[in-house]
Ligand binder design. Structure first.
Ligand code: GDP
Ligand code: MG
Length: 597
């Protein structure tokens, strides 16, 4: 395919604004799939993505489209919409010349619309604003266009109006892609430079490497070199996704597709690396990517110690499919042998957790997630810390630093007050407010990541009756007055319940935590004192009183089915209990820390 007839583009949008629906519609109208085998959301092929209606991994599809007597190759690179996967958005954009910026005709510009549009502007893409869902009974098309102009500085007169659901206006999308997005600029005769923008593990074929050719061409049998990692491989297969894997002889400059090589493990391919020929090397590698950073960690422990090896296998499988997830063995006095797992964010954590539950049969105890801290020690060393249990003696810490994020909120103007109060309570630092129109505003705050990730999104939703949206980006680390808070159950420290808190709110958090623990841990035959402590000093306490009689005594005289139900309920509850000394601590107790604010 000659480069004049190639267009490479992405669809960017706030979550739920219709990206997947539009992608499906483009596939359908270009004939890549037929109505008959049209399956909702073709591009979201992970089960979990379909379950939750979110796109996690970037995908690429080559469409053939006939326009004014000429066949064009339109490469659609799908992007994830959630904040945890920001880095994958920029990856995908680097492989494109243009982007469709999709905005819901009623909801208008939202937090991720802004973040994604800025990411596209940063890499100089041609942006085509598209107002979607014009079929809705109530729309605000004109206001939405105003927002696109004021907030994003894009020319709204050039915006398209479509319904991805009904297909109305979708032919104007094809026309705009062909007429407005520049064709790629490389030459097939130059030395090969291909950008790896994604990779995927396939249990039959091994590692599938997604590439965008910038210069040169690549064919089956070529000997290639990964410029950054230095690995040399032979190309076993070259092809495109149309939309299924379809092999071809070669790919030329400007094209998007995949290669399969002898690489067996996902971790041996660096996304962002450049592929060149071993015998005719490119002079330099293409600009790479920022490495994705794991910002959230938690412990995962099998309830049955004998499941440890099985859990290791399952986690290994997960990381084969997802290089941004990591795990390593750790031990806890309270929980025994388990793993410390690292994630990009809370959603990423939930996804992996859900998959573990779906795909394996292991009962797990998960400890409360925490962010990564940076410590400057007295000796001048800097230490990264991802487990509250590892906090050294207060005396040896010079500075305790936590990750800080710039958070961009879009809320109805009537909610600005509540939002600001919420941010102030979370140690926020106000940056500015910008009005999108008479009723909506963008408010920017700097907040500690730890204060955002657990429940900020939920609180924002409830404070704004669902109208507020947010997006954030970690900008660096800042020193804060942080301390480790220990928890003692029946006078014994339970390491897996330790957390890191800000000194100013430690008492309040401590009181909240022991109170919640009291609710979560059921009564035993004896009294259980619960205490929160900082550096050995008790700051909060509660006591679980002793159980007087057997629970079934409650059903005295009652019928047996009722008793059976109660026993069954107790048995189910047991599945997720961990015996700690004489005390049984349920899974939910380990997450109490999150709600103790
Ligand atoms: P994504 O999160 O951006 O991928 O959004 P989806 O494509 O999953 O769409 C989110 C929801 O909006 C789904 O329920 C779609 O059926 C619906 N939707 C998408 N496009 C349209 C449209 O043009 N009109 C209407 N009425 N609903 C749409
Ligand atoms: Mg989607």
């Amino acid at each position: 395919m000659e480069r004049e007839f190639i267009r490479n583009f992405s669809i960017i949008a706030h979550i739920d604004h219709g990206k997947s629906t539009l992608a499906d519609q483009l596939l359908l109208q270009s004939g890549a799939i037929t109505q008959r085998d049209f399956k909702d959301q073709m591009l979201d092929d992970l089960d979990i993505e379909r379950d939750r209606g979110i796109t996690v991994k970037a995908h690429a599809v080559a469409l053939r489209y006939e326009y004014e007597g000429q066949t064009y190759e339109l490469n659609l690179i799908d992007t994830p919409g959630h904040v945890d996967f920001h880095y994958e958005v920029s990856r995908s954009l680097a492989a494109c010349e243009g982007a469709l910026l999709l905005v819901d005709a009623f909801q208008g510009v939202q937090a991720q619309t802004v973040a994604n549009a800025y990411a596209a502007i940063e890499v100089d893409l041609e942006i085509i604003p598209v107002v979607n869902k014009i079929d809705l009974p109530v729309t605000r098309v004109e206001e939405v266009l105003d927002e696109v102009e004021t907030v994003l500085g894009l020319d709204a007169t050039q915006a398209l109006r479509v319904s991805a659901k009904t297909g109305v206006g979708v032919e104007t999308v094809f026309k705009a892609i062909i007429e407005r997005i520049p064709h790629p600029s490389g030459h097939s005769t130059s030395p090969l430079q291909a950008l790896i923008f994604d990779s995927k593990y396939d249990s039959f074929r091994g590692v599938i490497i997604y590439i965008r050719l910038v210069e040169g061409q690549i064919a089956k049998g070529d000997k290639i070199r990964f410029m950054r990692t230095g690995g040399v491989q032979e190309v076993i297969e070259v092809g495109q996704f149309i939309p299924k894997l379809t092999s071809c002889e070669s790919l030329g400059a400007g094209q998007v597709g995949y290669i399969i090589t002898g690489v067996k493990k996902l971790e041996d391919v660096k996304v962002g690396d450049t592929v060149t020929h071993e015998h005719r090397k490119a002079e330099k590698a293409l600009p790479g990517y920022r490495e994705p950073k794991q910002m959230v960690f938690c412990g995962m422990y099998p309830i049955e110690a004998t499941d440890f090896e099985k859990l290791r296998d399952e986690l290994g499988k997960m990381s084969l499919n997802d290089a941004s997830f990591s795990f390593q063995p750790e031990t806890s006095d309270a929980l025994g042998f388990g793993f410390r797992c690292g994630f990009l964010g809370m959603l990423h954590m939930e996804i992996i957790q859900q998959r573990l539950e779906h795909e394996s049969n292991i009962d797990l105890i998960q400890t409360a997630p925490n962010v990564t801290y940076e410590l400057l020690l007295r000796g001048g060393q800097v230490m990264m810390l991802d487990n509250p249990q590892d906090v050294p003696d207060a005396g040896s810490i010079e500075e305790f630093r936590e990750p800080i994020a710039k958070v961009n909120f879009i809320v109805p103007t009537s909610n600005i007050g509540v939002l600001m109060q919420m941010c102030e309570e979370r140690r926020g630092n106000y940056i500015n407010t910008e009005y999108l129109g008479p009723d909506r505003a963008q408010v920017i705050y700097e907040l500690p990541l730890a204060e955002i990730i657990y429940d900020m999104h939920d609180r924002l939703k409830s404070a704004t009756r669902g109208y507020g949206t947010m997006d954030y980006e970690v900008t660096g680390y800042k020193t804060a007055n942080l301390v480790k808070m220990d928890v003692l159950v029946k006078s014994v420290q339970v390491d897996a319940l330790a957390t890191i808190v800000h000194r100013d709110v430690a008492e309040k958090r401590g009181r909240g935590l022991v109170k919640r623990l009291k609710d979560e841990i059921s009564k035993h035959q004896f009294e259980i004192p619960l205490q929160a402590a900082i550096g050995g000093k008790i700051i909060a306490r509660e006591t679980i009183s002793a159980l007087r009689k057997n629970v079934t005594a409650k059903c005295y005289g009652g019928d047996i089915t009722r008793k059976r139900k109660l026993w069954a309920k107790q048995k189910e509850g047991k599945k997720r209990l961990k015996q700690f000394g004489q005390v049984e601590i349920p899974q939910k107790a380990f997450l109490s820390v999150l709600e103790a604010g």
